[in-house]
Design a protein around this ligand. Structure first.
Ligand code: IPE
Ligand code: IPE
Ligand code: MG
Length: 244
């Protein structure tokens, strides 16, 4: 039997640890509401969960962690919430970058960062450059990201590059996506009980294992991450083939 044609399909290593974990970090607003706090308090607490999750990913030997921090649809939220989120991202970056760098985290940003303005946009560029040679964990931050927009942009780039129709394959098309060079996620987690994808990584999650958890994002941490990995390890991935 020859190798399956989907050569880009992710494969977990023998340890059962997913190589790439993607997370839709949801439930900040509900976390705050349950405590009678403003939504921004939930987002602030959510940033602490990001910190814990990055550490957990490193501890478990996960190589790629992609976090959905702001969707292209989140621009529809009230201006004050968008401003709060922009402020928090800026501060997160300023406060955490040195430590992330020390830990060997390589930062990549996908999505339309320009929409957050020059300051944040340039700081993100600089953070990517600073951490470019790190190899412990690749942290992909999705901000102002939408899966459909990404696919359309990739198609446009392929056309501008003069790709002939017959040159366009799943493999070559992947190279035009913002995730070019990254393996597809093995495990996609969404917190807060919502069971939808909300326009996240539409192309890349073709064969991801999906885990919906009921906890809210600000309550996420090492124990929840470990439980998700355990759940993943118990699954059988078939990629359309038959188990041997
Ligand atoms: C996730 O929490 C953070 C972002 C989408 C930016 P939410 O703000 O969506 O929280 P809920 O879903 O209202 O609880
Ligand atoms: C998805 O959460 C986007 C992020 C977590 C950044 P939303 O809360 O925006 O998604 P919907 O509106 O419930 O689908
Ligand atoms: Mg939400």
């Amino acid at each position: 039997m020859s190798e399956p044609v989907l050569s880009h399909v992710p494969r977990r290593d023998a340890s059962g640890v997913p190589r790439h974990v993607a997370i839709i970090m949801d439930g900040n607003g509900r976390w705050a509401k349950a405590r009678g706090l403003p939504r921004v308090a939930g987002h602030r607490e959510g940033a602490k969960a990001v910190r814990r999750t990055i550490q957990a990913a490193i501890d478990h030997g996960v190589q790629y962690l992609t976090l959905f921090a702001f969707s292209s649809e989140n621009w529809q939220r009230p201006a004050d919430e968008v401003a709060d989120l922009t402020f928090l991202m800026k501060h997160y970056l300023r406060n955490e970058l040195a430590e992330l760098h020390e830990k060997g985290v390589k930062l990549l940003v996908i999505g339309e960062r320009e929409r957050f303005g020059d300051t944040l946009s340039k700081e993100l560029d600089a953070a990517e450059r600073k951490t470019a040679n790190n190899a412990k964990l690749t942290l992909v931050m999705a901000i102002s990201y939408g899966g459909r927009a990404e696919i359309v942009a990739a198609a446009r780039r392929a056309m501008l590059a003069g790709m002939a129709p017959e040159e366009l394959t799943e493999q070559s098309f992947s190279g035009f996506l913002s995730t070019s060079g990254l393996p597809d996620p093995d495990l996609l987690i969404r917190t807060s009980g919502e069971q939808r994808v909300s326009n996240f990584l539409l192309w890349q999650i073709a064969y991801a294992e999906i885990l919906f958890t009921s906890g809210l994002w600000p309550d996420f941490g090492g124990a929840e991450f470990a439980a998700a990995l355990e759940n993943y390890a118990s699954r059988e991935r078939r990629f359309g083939a038959r188990p041997v």
